[in-house]
Design a protein around this ligand. Structure first.
Ligand SMILES: *[C@@H]1O[C@H](CO)[C@@H](O)[C@H](O)[C@H]1NC(C)=O
Ligand SMILES: *[C@@H]1O[C@H](CO)[C@@H](O)[C@H](O)[C@H]1NC(C)=O
Length: 380
């Protein structure tokens, strides 16, 4: 136990000591600036009772070269030595207590460590270091690539984040599985352009699915999101609806509907009869084939053929005209459902009635027993 306390105290002492020394010159650890902007580099000495004689800002370039850029001495005033920053660096309100500076028209080459160094008496030099980082917000764009459906992976979307510093990071968000590639190209002022592509084996099902390119960059508070929809081209997929296998002679307003999807959206739709003779009783209204009154002439096969730039799709229905309506077939699935529910309701009602009767019988039995009990009691 004793040993434990001793160790703790030693560590604490060391921490406090080094902490106090480094904290007397107060600076920012890191400042980030856009190019051509003005940046503040604060520096102050916060301890009382120390004699401060002079404060100097030293710039340590990325390649290691060092130069003094500003000096303040209470008697000699402010000096700006000959440096690459001369004319663009200035004390804000110079004093020994507060040696904050500003750098205007920040350039890429200004990056590096800025050391605020105090000459003190009697403890010597004390310093604080600020890292200056320059940033450039990238300009980002994205687009999808329209491709026909296929069997090998191809690029379906592309996202480009141009001239960012540091380079942006690109994420893809989509429910459609695919692969991403990233390419980095150098740009001006040490910027980079990041190009990411999203590839997949394109299927008709992927057409219209959401895909988002997410650009992350330290100059952006939140990721920039560019939302798109995949564009996969495919020939028309066609389905004829409306034949219920119950077209009988005399039935009115029978109708077939030709449904088609495709990318590009199909524009040309044709109804055909393979036997060649198109029944004259039939009316065509866009994608609908209407039979005002069914007769033998529609006892045939109807084909719906749809075309777009990528090809043709078709579906067909063979109509069998009956002499009499088929009652079984007359019921639509909905009606069957209603019937089922109705039957179930009846069954429950019957069940209920049965239970009710049983309860009544039991009550009657109880009464009889009670009566018998009373009778026996009176007799004895
Ligand atoms: C130092 O001076 C700058 C500019 O006048 C000011 O923004 C900052 O708050 C001062 N810092 C301290 C610790 O007084
Ligand atoms: C419709 O054609 C079928 C054969 O495809 C034939 O069996 C049936 O009798 C025909 N119905 C009428 C009403 O002509």
């Amino acid at each position: 136990m004793r040993c434990y306390y001793a160790v703790t105290i030693t560590i604490l002492t060391i921490t406090l000591h080094t902490g106090a020394a480094s904290q007397r010159v107060r600076v920012e650890k890191e400042v980030v600036s856009h190019l051509e902007k003005t940046v503040h580099l604060p520096c102050s000495f916060i301890s009382e009772g120390i004699r401060l004689t002079q404060v100097t800002w030293i710039w340590e370039q990325v390649d290691g070269g060092r130069e003094a850029i500003v000096i303040f001495h209470p008697s000699f005033g402010v000096a700006y030595p000959d440096s690459s920053l001369r004319g663009r660096v200035k004390f804000i309100n110079p004093s020994l207590k507060n040696a904050s500076i500003v750098i205007t028209d920040v350039r890429m080459a200004d990056e590096g460590k800025y050391i605020c160094e105090y000459a003190t008496y009697p403890s010597g030099n004390e310093q604080g270091t600020t890292l200056l980082i320059t940033v450039v917000t990238p300009r980002s764009t994205a687009s999808t690539v329209t491709v026909p459906e296929g069997t090998v992976p191809v690029v379906v979307a592309r996202c480009e984040s141009t001239n960012g510093r540091p380079p942006a990071k690109i994420n893809w968000v989509t429910e459609v599985r695919g692969d991403t590639t990233v390419d980095l190209k150098p740009g001006p002022d040490n910027t980079h352009t990041v190009i990411s592509e999203y590839s997949l084996v394109p299927t008709a099902d992927d057409n219209g699915k959401d895909i988002t390119c997410e650009v992350l960059h330290r100059t952006l508070d939140k990721p920039q999101r560019i939302q798109m929809k995949l564009a996969i081209g495919f020939p028309p997929k066609v389905r004829i609806e409306g034949y219920d296998n119950n077209w009988y002679v005399g039935r009115t307003d029978a109708m077939l509907t030709c449904q088609a999807t495709g990318n590009p959206m199909p524009a040309v739709l044709t109804w055909k009869v393979p036997s060649g003779l198109f029944p004259h009783t039939v009316q065509i209204k866009e994608n609908k084939l209407v039979v005002p009154k069914v007769d033998d002439s529609v006892n045939t096969t109807f084909v719906c053929e749809v075309r777009n730039q990528l090809g043709v799709g078709k579906d067909q229905v063979t109509v069998v005209v009956r002499d009499e309506p088929n009652e079984e077939q007359c019921r639509t699935p909905d009606q069957e459902e209603v019937l089922k529910t109705e039957l179930e309701k009846n069954r429950l009602l019957i069940e209920n009635a049965k239970l009710h009767r049983e309860v009544l019988l039991l009550q009657k039995e109880v009464l009889t027993l009670e009566k018998e009990r009373l009778l026996t009691k009176r007799d004895s």
